[in-house]
Structure formats: structure tokens, C-alpha cells
Design a protein around this ligand. Structure first.
Ligand code: MTE
Ligand code: MO
Length: 200
């Protein structure tokens, strides 16, 4: 216990303050936060859909999705509830690699992210297309736990973590921005932690 406390203290002292957005506190734990229950997911019926303003809608089965090229990213997580967790490693499929499978209509400017049980979150298309935005199934070299989003979660490192939908199942491309689940309750439409875009 004492040793644990000691290590926490020492690690706090070595954190580069320029990595911590305003109003955030560093944690070494990884809290679990979501609305509703952890879904039960069956790989046989699971799919990932690209639809909305696309030339041709795409539906990838579990096997098709897992044949896509894999990418690893290193990032910090910033939650709007004021915890930040530094130095995470996520592995999965880069969104930019997945989107090579689909041709967007030129009017597509926003994305609604769809997850299990009707959870949604909205993003500008430019934020989704950043090179280190990932559909992850692995965290720190371990498969994601169901509570953290197994079999697949979005990771959008440069925005508050509620945009990183767990149990994600598809992207719907839109011409105009529409609020997702938390955004309808007043969370910000974009959520940049460096600008403290917490609520609107
Ligand atoms: N499907 C789904 N994804 C979700 C949420 C949710 O309620 N449902 N909550 C978001 C919120 S508010 C946060 S802070 C992060 C928390 O992720 P974690 O539990 O892995 O820390 O998940 C996000 N992804
Ligand atoms: Mo959150």
C-alpha cells in the first residue's frame, strides 16, 4: 500500500505538464464509464457498416473486418469528467485504412458513430480522418475487456474520450452535424480538450 502510494507520487512528479489539458488530473487507473449495460456480442452476427452519404453502402462481417491491415498507436486519453490517462497503446484498424473500402459522396462533412444499444456520437469528418484515429480491439497488448469496448471501440485521441465510442458497429456519413447521445444532453458537438470544449 505504502509502496503503491510512493510510486504514484513519484510518477506524478515526472509528468510533463504540457501533456495535460486544462482542468485535467492524471490517473494511472483506467475508469469504466458508460450509459447502460455492457452488451453481449456474437461474432457470427456482428458486422460493421459504412452508410449514409456513400456511393455504395458497405457491410463487413467479423471475418472481413479482421482481414484489414493492423495499426498501433500511442496516445493519451482525456475524459470530460477530468481524468487523463497517459501513454496508452491501442492496436486495431486505422479508420483511414477502413475508409479505402468506401467512396464518400462529396456532400459528406460529418459522421454519426453508431454503437450497440443505440449509442451514438457525432464527429466532423475531418476529425475522423486524422491518421491516428483507430478502431481498436487491443489496449496495452491485451484484448480490450468487454467493459472497455470489446470487440471494437473507436479511439479519437485528440478529442474528449466520450467521442471514442465503445462497441462500435458503423459510421453514417452526413451533410450536416447532428447531436449524438451525450451531445443531446449538452456535451459539446466537437469536444477539444485543449480548448475545454466540455459542454455547449
Ligand atoms: N457505446 C458507448 N460508448 C461510450 C460511452 C457509452 O455510454 N456507450 N460512453 C463514453 C464516455 S462518456 C466515456 S468517458 C468513455 C469511457 O471509456 P472507458 O470506459 O473505456 O474509460 O467511453 C465513451 N464511449
Ligand atoms: Mo465520459
Amino acid at each position: 500500500m505504502f509502496d503503491f502510494f510512493h510510486r504514484e507520487q513519484r510518477s506524478e512528479q515526472t509528468i510533463d505538464p504540457s501533456r495535460i489539458p486544462p482542468g485535467q488530473v492524471v490517473t494511472r487507473k483506467w475508469p469504466v464509464l458508460h450509459y447502460g449495460n455492457v452488451p453481449t456480442v456474437d461474432p457470427k452476427t456482428w458486422d460493421f457498416r459504412l452508410f449514409g452519404l456513400v456511393q455504395q453502402p458497405v457491410r463487413l462481417s467479423w471475418d472481413e473486418f479482421h482481414e484489414l491491415p493492423r495499426t498501433t498507436i500511442h496516445c493519451d486519453i482525456h475524459c470530460v469528467t477530468r481524468w487523463s490517462r497517459l501513454d496508452n497503446t491501442f492496436t486495431g484498424v486505422a479508420v483511414k485504412d477502413l475508409l479505402e473500402r468506401v467512396q464518400l459522396q462529396p456532400t459528406a462533412k460529418f459522421v454519426m458513430i453508431h454503437a450497440e444499444n443505440g449509442f451514438t456520437t457525432n464527429l466532423p469528418l475531418d476529425d475522423l480522418l486524422r491518421p491516428n484515429v483507430l478502431l481498436a480491439d487491443t489496449h496495452d497488448d491485451q484484448p480490450l475487456t468487454p467493459e472497455h469496448g470489446w470487440p471494437l471501440r473507436l479511439v479519437v485521441p485528440h478529442l474528449y474520450f466520450w467521442k471514442s465510442a465503445k462497441w462500435v458497429r458503423g459510421f453514417e456519413f452526413l451533410a450536416t452535424d447532428r447531436p449524438g447521445f451525450w451531445e443531446q444532453y449538452g456535451y459539446h458537438m466537437r469536444g477539444d480538450p485543449w480548448k475545454e470544449e466540455r459542454y455547449s
